[in-house]
Design a protein around this ligand. Structure first.
Ligand code: NAD
Length: 490
């Protein structure tokens, strides 16, 4: 969103909520302009969700939860998700084009998101009837069954950076577990979620199982997180908003999964296979323009190879280009003007601290005027206490810091408020396990980083990165609770 005036929008780019299986406008009729980061122009409009809209959506979800949705067996729910997965996969090109325009990510990355969404839906669809409870040995006169049951109505607040993937891991898991859902996409990138929700209606999800209310965080988002009809919340976004969402959830005594930011380190030991590491060291901060919670935004490099690695990373950085997403550049624009300014401010603050830029990429000459492009920057050497080592930039800004030995590497890697992901590069098997296990991070990659998309792998943070786990089977369990049945028989 920015302060540009509205223009004429194609009718198919004017979007309404999906509540109880119906496409409905905001209760007060208000709409929000959607700006494409590619050129800063308005290209779509979404309904500006109100408290009333959230209330309607929660009611619709409750009706589904107490009715048709709960009458389906786990296998039937799973089949619906698998049908949706196939439909999403078949529509991947259209979804990619829409996401690329809405979010600004290069077309191939947007397509990868659509494929990942299909895989999440397939994974959780297939897992729906494999989630079962326990029998506990107890008194000889009693039978004890522990049943895994859905929370009820779950609320999902999604950010703009990976709408499809985050929808897949959170809403996919919640539906597989039998919850009815209300989704609040980010105001800057709602369109693919609306599109997928419309497909879900077509493949036969009962009305109200999946509701989408678009709009601003401070209105629709806060109304959803504070709604007394919500039984569990899943939030992905900034730590500040996470605090607000958890505080609201506490008022209603419901649980919340928080997937927040990161300042993840890749630790490069002097015996690392640099050929293998180098593309990944760079890609981990460039993907989605660095607007990735799990971005590898810090390089910790053993002193003896520091200059060599900095030189090699610099050579790659100099070739990087930010460009129009439809040309599949290394990175597209930032999501909005505020994010562009945020990155520029961090670059200025870093330089204000006296940090030197080892290498920069460029902005392609043919980018449209008004787009939110920034050139990637690589700072080295950067002291551990520097603002660029400690704060999440959420942009294409990489820093490198030297370390002497294993103990210092671990101390630096764990030395921020965050704890989401870590990378370790070494050929020493004993050390890789030792250092990997010393990392305060929800995921640790050794001689790789973010390999294979990670749909099957539990994901989440320590500290300021949040709590709770999504993705993998663990993510499915998160969307359930238990009911223990004690039956006297003797
Ligand atoms: P944000 O917190 O501003 O917004 C996230 C979502 O919360 C949006 O849907 C927004 O509308 C909504 N929201 C905003 N204010 C709200 C409020 N008061 N109550 C309820 N909902 C509200 O974050 P963002 O700018 O969209 O995303 C950037 C941040 O999110 C970064 O810090 C990034 O690291 C983090 N992030 C984390 C993950 C993860 O998986 N850990 C994934 C993506 C983004």
């Amino acid at each position: 969103m920015n302060d540009q005036v509205s223009t004429t929008i194609a009718p198919d780019m004017v979007h309404r909520h999906l509540i109880g299986g119906r496409s409905v406008p905001a209760s007060n009729g208000e709409m929000l302009d959607v700006f494409s980061p590619v050129d800063g122009r308005v290209f779509a409009r979404i309904a500006s969700g109100t408290k009333q809209d959230i209330d309607d959506a929660v009611r619709a979800a409750r009706t589904a939860f107490e009715g048709e949705w709960s009458r389906l067996t786990a296998t039937e729910r799973g089949r619906l998700l698998i049908k949706l997965a196939a439909a999403v996969e078949a529509d991947a090109d259209a979804l990619a084009a829409l996401e690329s325009r809405d979010n600004g990510k290069p077309l191939r990355q947007a397509r990868a998101d659509a494929v990942a969404l299909a895989r999440y839906l397939e994974f959780y669809g297939s897992a729906a009837d494999k989630l079962h409870g326990d029998v506990i040995p107890y008194l000889t006169t009693h039978f004890i069954g522990v049943e895994r049951v859905p929370h009820g109505v779950t609320g999902h607040i999604v950010p703009w950076n990976y709408p499809m993937q985050i929808f897949g891991r959170s809403v996919g898991a919640a539906l597989a577990a039998g919850n009815a859902t209300v989704v609040k996409p980010a105001e800057d990138a709602s369109l693919t979620i609306l599109h997928v929700a419309a497909i879900a209606q077509k493949v036969g999800f009962p009305d109200g199982a999946l509701n989408v209310v678009t709009g601003l965080g401070r209105t629709a988002g806060s109304a959803l997180s504070a709604h007394p009809g919500i039984d569990f919340l899943s939030f992905t976004g900034s730590p500040e908003t996470g605090t607000a969402v958890q505080t609201a959830a506490a008022q209603n005594h419901v649980g919340v999964t928080l997937e927040l930011g990161g300042k993840s380190a890749q630790v490069v030991f002097d015996d690392a296979d640099l050929e293998r590491a180098l593309p990944t060291l760079v890609n981990a901060i460039i993907q989605n323009g660095g607007q990735t919670c799990s971005a590898g935004s810090r390089l910790l490099i053993q002193r003896g190879i520091f200059d060599k690695v900095v030189t090699a990373v610099s050579e790659r950085f100099q070739t990087l280009k930010a460009g129009r997403p439809d040309r599949d550049p290394d990175l597209g624009p930032m999501i909005n003007q505020a994010q562009q300014r945020r990155v520029q401010t961090y670059l200025e603050r870093g330089q204000g601290e006296g940090l030197s830029i080892a290498a920069s990429g460029t902005i392609a000459a043919d980018v449209p005027e008004g787009g939110y492009y920034v050139a990637p920057a690589f700072f080295a050497p950067v002291p551990h206490q520097s603002i660029l080592s400690q704060e999440e930039v959420f942009g294409p800004v990489l820093v490198a810091t030297p370390f002497e030995d294993e103990a210092e590497a671990v101390r630096l890697a764990n030395g921020t408020a965050y704890g989401l992901v870590a990378g370790v590069w070494t050929r020493d098997a004993m050390r890789s396990t030792r250092v990997g296990r010393a990392m305060r991070a929800g995921q640790v990659f050794v001689n790789c980083y973010g390999a294979g998309g990670g749909i099957e792998l539990p994901f989440g943070g320590f500290g300021r990165s949040g709590h709770g786990r999504e993705k993998g089977f663990e993510g499915l369990v998160e969307f359930t609770t238990t009911r223990t049945l004690v039956i006297a028989h003797g």
